[in-house]
Design a protein around this ligand. Structure first.
Ligand SMILES: [Zn+2]
Length: 233
């Protein structure tokens, strides 16, 4: 557990939480029971999770809303309500947590490569600016565990679909390309005005080579997931 501020908790879980991906076709009572336990552990009244779909759709969680786990589809959660934890489930995708200590608002973003290329982190920052009057220079960002450049090999075609691919390409050998997803997202955040020194990467472990974490690629598609959580105390 990482506490960056007296009024904020940011948690990046690992295999220890023993969670699996939500599947709307499967009865999820075991998963829900484990999430209830986590909620107790955090001491929060609500834990909100979306049915993540690798898009850019956002949900603002209000005080009155009662929310069942995974009842809405989307990849961005935002709230300024205390005691309301926002959760993201991943296994190689990048969980991005945002905090505005001035406006007292938080966001949790599920950024897979598809979502990142579609602008999911930019959409989250723009929502904080438009709806909560956040200033980019006030925002703090925490990057969680994801597939990192040491292991995230992609095709040359993939690299060429990224508009700024030259700056993020890591050329290892004549035929091998590795995607630096955290750096790609960092560049997007900085282009929205967020200060580079406000983007914390000490929790951005590589899920593929660090066996403490679940990896979709290393496990060849297993449904195991880790959870990342942010909430205002
Ligand atoms: Zn690695």
């Amino acid at each position: 557990m990482l506490s960056a501020h007296p009024e904020l908790v940011v948690y990046f879980g690992d295999k220890g939480d023993q969670l699996i991906n939500y599947d709307p076709k499967v009865v999820a009572s075991q998963l829900f029971a484990k999430l209830d336990l986590l909620k107790q552990k955090f001491g929060v009244g609500r834990l909100v999770l979306l049915d993540q779909v690798h898009g850019t759709c956002a949900h603002v969680i209000s005080k009155s809303e009662t929310q069942k786990y995974f009842s809405k589809q989307g990849d961005i959660l935002v709230t300024n309500v205390r005691d309301t934890a926002l959760g993201i489930m991943t296994a190689d995708c990048l969980p991005v947590m945002l905090y505005d200590p001035v406006r007292r608002v938080i966001a949790a973003v599920h950024a897979g490569w598809k979502g990142s290329i579609s602008g999911v982190t930019t959409a989250a920052v723009k929502l904080l600016k438009s709806k909560f009057h956040s200033r980019a220079e006030d925002l703090k960002v925490f990057l969680g565990p994801c597939a990192c450049v040491c292991c995230y090999e992609v095709s040359k075609d993939f690299m060429q679909v990224l508009e700024s691919w030259k700056s993020i390409r890591i050329f290892v050998s004549p035929r091998r390309y590795f995607f630096n997803h955290p750096l790609y997202v960092t560049e997007k955040l900085v282009s929205e005005g967020i200060l580079l020194e406000s983007i914390k990467t000490n929790t951005n472990h590589c899920t593929i080579c660090d066996s403490n974490f679940h990896s979709h690629r290393r496990s060849r598609g297993s449904p195991d997931r880790q959870i990342s959580v942010i909430f205002l105390r």
